[in-house]
Write a protein that binds this ligand. Structure first.
Ligand SMILES: [Zn+2]
Length: 450
């Protein structure tokens, strides 16, 4: 998910939230789960120190602009209900993280909230991001960012870079004209490619595809790996459909050469080149020991193509024998296509995470998704938050708290149900909980956990 601005909405409506709900303070370990969850398994899950597969944690640099390659600031978005300010989760997070004492967000109380937030930020300084992880029960957090920054050091924070820009070496003008959303997004990719080129001190786009791969694609990926990257991320579903065909190198080279010096490629030509580059980047990432993350969800954006984000569209990529050294993670679990993501888990190198579903879906709905997946491939499911700054009063730490609470509640519901039906023993349920929250990711990224 990307940052968009809902804080104004929150503050202008002075949302009054139900005062009858009691909220936990401090660590999510203390979060009670809803009825239906076995209390013992819920307590067990509450104590697991998590590995968060996907987030956009901010550094402590003011106005940190490296947290997202495609921020959706310029795109008007109607938020789903779970993300609206009248959802009591926001208030619960303020109470838990900042000891906010009120049951409403009136103007006067919001001023108080801001000073509580500023107090913690000041007291923690560069340790603020680590403080957040301790509050939400996360040991290691993968931060999907253009670059890391102060406060986001390993081993607690691990980098996931963005690589769509490498797939777009030609003019994107015609592609951008396809929708108002893409008019905003493609120039951001152009800018990021420029940054990658200038990092490599390359002034002009190489004339041939071969030279582009050798002097831009591979060196950029190698530099990212050297910089501590554990995975690379494609947000391609914002820009096109996920049907990446197996295009011969000769054809891709011809298309590249034809337009490298300028001119607008046809959509068919550009798609073929992107398809080739996607697979090449994925292959290189695998060779270098980085996983490939792919956004797959029904949003965001008024012109976003949900049909093009279906993980089933990736099947030919997953079945490409030359890509079997690359591990893929379906980020956001495919959302409404979660069952399709489940079908892809049969491939030996495909995983799925629950990020964003932890913010947009209720725990009950997420539990249903988990229930289906865990019956089949519990070793392929990863916890993820998609923690992201939603506005000045809604930092990534607030989303991180809500996502952690929802994920733990959903996992408890799903595993309780599996115990109730006799599908798993209590011991196995605890084992699966630990795998999902922590050890599956540790194995995938070769993390050394405490
Ligand atoms: Zn995200």
């Amino acid at each position: 998910m990307k940052p968009y601005r809902i804080a104004t909405l929150l503050l202008s409506c002075g949302a009054s939230l139900p005062g009858c709900v009691s909220f936990p303070r401090g660590n999510t370990a203390a979060t009670p789960v809803r009825s239906g969850a076995d209390p013992e398994i819920a307590t067990f899950i509450g104590k697991i120190r998590a590995v968060d597969n996907h987030s956009h944690a901010n550094s402590v640099v003011p106005g940190d602009s490296d947290a997202d390659a495609l921020p959706l600031d310029g795109i008007p978005i109607d938020l789903p209900a779970q993300l609206r300010p009248d959802n009591p989760d926001w208030l619960a997070a303020y109470k838990a993280l900042y000891q906010y004492p009120h049951a409403d967000l009136s103007d006067a109380h919001t001023t108080e909230l801001r000073s509580l937030m500023q107090g913690v930020a000041k007291a923690q300084g560069e340790k603020f991001p680590t403080w957040v992880l301790d509050q939400v029960g996360t040991e290691v957090l993968l931060a999907n960012r253009i670059a890391m920054g102060p406060g986001l050091a390993p081993p607690r924070f691990r980098w996931v870079s963005y690589v769509d820009a490498l797939m777009l070496p030609l003019s994107t003008k015609a592609e951008a004209a396809a929708s108002p959303d893409r008019e905003v997004l493609f120039p951001l990719e152009d800018k990021l490619l420029q940054r990658y080129l200038s990092d490599l001190r390359i002034a002009n786009r190489p004339a041939t595809l071969d030279a582009y791969l050798k002097t831009v694609v591979t060196p950029t990926l190698e530099a990212q790996r050297k910089g501590g990257c554990v995975a690379v991320k494609f947000e391609a579903a914002y820009l096109r459909s996920l049907d990446f065909a197996d295009v011969p190198a000769g054809m891709a080279s011809e298309i590249y050469a034809k337009y490298a010096a300028g001119g607008e490629p046809s959509h068919a030509d550009y798609k073929a080149l992107q398809d080739f580059l996607f697979r090449t980047i994925a292959r290189e990432a695998g060779r270098l020991g980085m996983a490939v993350h792919i956004h797959s969800f029904e949003g965001f954006g008024p012109y976003y193509g949900a049909a093009g984000a279906d993980p089933l569209l990736l099947e030919s990529v997953f079945n490409d024998a030359t890509l079997r050294q690359t591990n893929f993670v379906i980020i956001h679990g495919g959302g409404v296509y979660a069952a399709h993501a489940g079908a892809m888990l049969w491939k030996p190198n495909v995983y799925a995470d629950v990020s964003l579903m932890t913010l947009v879906y209720t725990p009950a709905k997420l539990a249903e998704v988990l229930r289906g997946w865990l019956t089949q491939y519990p070793e392929k499911i990863l916890y993820g938050s998609d923690a992201v700054a939603l506005g000045p009063d809604m930092g990534w730490e607030v989303a991180a708290w809500i996502a952690a609470k929802n994920a733990r509640a959903a996992l408890a519901l799903a595993l309780s149900d599996m115990m109730r039906t006799g599908e798993v023993s209590r011991a196995r349920a605890e084992e699966i909980a630990t795998m999902v929250m922590r050890t599956n990711a540790a194995r995938l990224y070769k993390l050394e956990l405490k």
